[in-house]
Design a protein around this ligand. Structure first.
Ligand code: UTP
Length: 295
């Protein structure tokens, strides 16, 4: 019997070194994209995909993330006194979005280790993983697309995007063959950050996974790999070899918001479509282009 996907793991315990000094005291997942922290976009994708529960993998210094989704009695009372109804409703909507459970990762031993921390809360059912700094914008939420595919393939799925060949060394890369399902490949091989020239695939794994619970058996045995961290990709390859796995070229646009350039691109694209700011922001960009004659 196929089990329903009910839970999503969001690891947010990384150090965010690419964003220092901004992330010394503030989690990178709390950096603002226009008017919401990155993590809120990700939790909203989970909610829009019909998931019941989020498991945050956190670490010391990340309590701002839990607080963001919590009910704040003092703030609510203050806004009530000041009759700020719209703001109050918005904050209460955030705290009521979804049930959130937190698990601590005591040391940042890698993404694979972070996912392994969720094993007792997940139990024996398939689940989603969304990286806390990977933003995907799409008409149908990326996780929902994956859940729909899962109802046909009934095995683990990794979301992928095509990347220029000279950038494959920055990603986990999948090699595989086309299947009868749209935009879907059967995984043959996976390699974390391949050295230039060692893989002829341009299919890069992004921060969305739908995994069978057997992944925990492999994560428990995985030894530190690339960069001295316990890599998720190593356990995924073992799972692919044992049960099979699919790579899905999702429909939508992905931003690596844990990287400065990806973060800026997300801000510009989202600001341009913002209902109250979009028009003025576009005019501003045009005025820059006209002055600097850059486009
Ligand atoms: P990243 O490698 O992008 O996060 O991991 P990082 O280590 O925080 O980033 P840099 O390279 O130092 O800037 C992807 C996701 O996995 C989480 C991160 O919080 C991020 O959301 N992660 C990573 C953990 O939860 N634990 C880890 O040990 C490593």
């Amino acid at each position: 019997m196929m089990k329903k996907i009910r839970k999503a793991v969001i690891p947010v315990a990384g150090m965010g070194t690419r964003f220092l000094p901004a992330t010394k005291a503030i989690p990178k997942e709390m950096l603002t994209i226009v008017d919401r922290p990155t993590i809120q976009y990700i939790v909203e994708e989970v909610v829009a995909s019909g998931i019941d529960e989020v498991i945050l993998i956190t670490s010391e210094g990340k309590s701002a993330i839990e607080n963001h989704f919590d009910y704040d009695f003092r703030l609510d009372t203050l806004l009530k006194q000041k009759r700020k109804r719209a703001l109050r409703d918005e904050l209460n909507k955030i705290s009521g979005l979804i049930d959130i459970v937190s698990v601590r990762q005591k040391e940042p031993l890698g993404l694979g280790h972070a996912i392994w921390m969720a094993r007792n809360v997940i139990g024996n059912e398939p689940f989603l993983v969304l990286l806390g700094d990977d933003l995907v914008r799409s008409e149908t939420p990326c996780c929902r697309q994956m859940i729909e595919l899962y109802s046909s393939v009934k095995e683990s799925i990794v979301a992928i995007q095509r990347v220029p060949r000279d950038q494959t060394f920055q990603y986990g890369i999948v090699e595989g063959s086309k299947t009868k399902h749209k935009r879907t490949y059967k995984v043959r091989r996976m390699v974390e950050k391949p050295a230039p020239g060692t893989s002829n695939s341009d299919m890069a794994i992004i921060g969305r996974y739908l995994l069978m619970p057997e992944v925990f058996d492999f994560l428990g045995k995985t030894t530190p790999g690339h960069g001295g961290e316990i890599q998720l990709t190593d356990a995924l390859l073992a799972l692919a070899n044992k049960r099979g796995m699919y790579a899905y070229e999702f429909e939508g646009k992905r931003y690596d918001a844990g990287d400065k350039l990806g973060y800026l691109k997300a801000i510009v694209d989202i600001a341009l479509e913002h209902p109250s700011l979009g028009k003025q922001f576009k005019d501003h960009l045009h005025s820059i282009c006209n002055t600097k004659k850059c486009c």
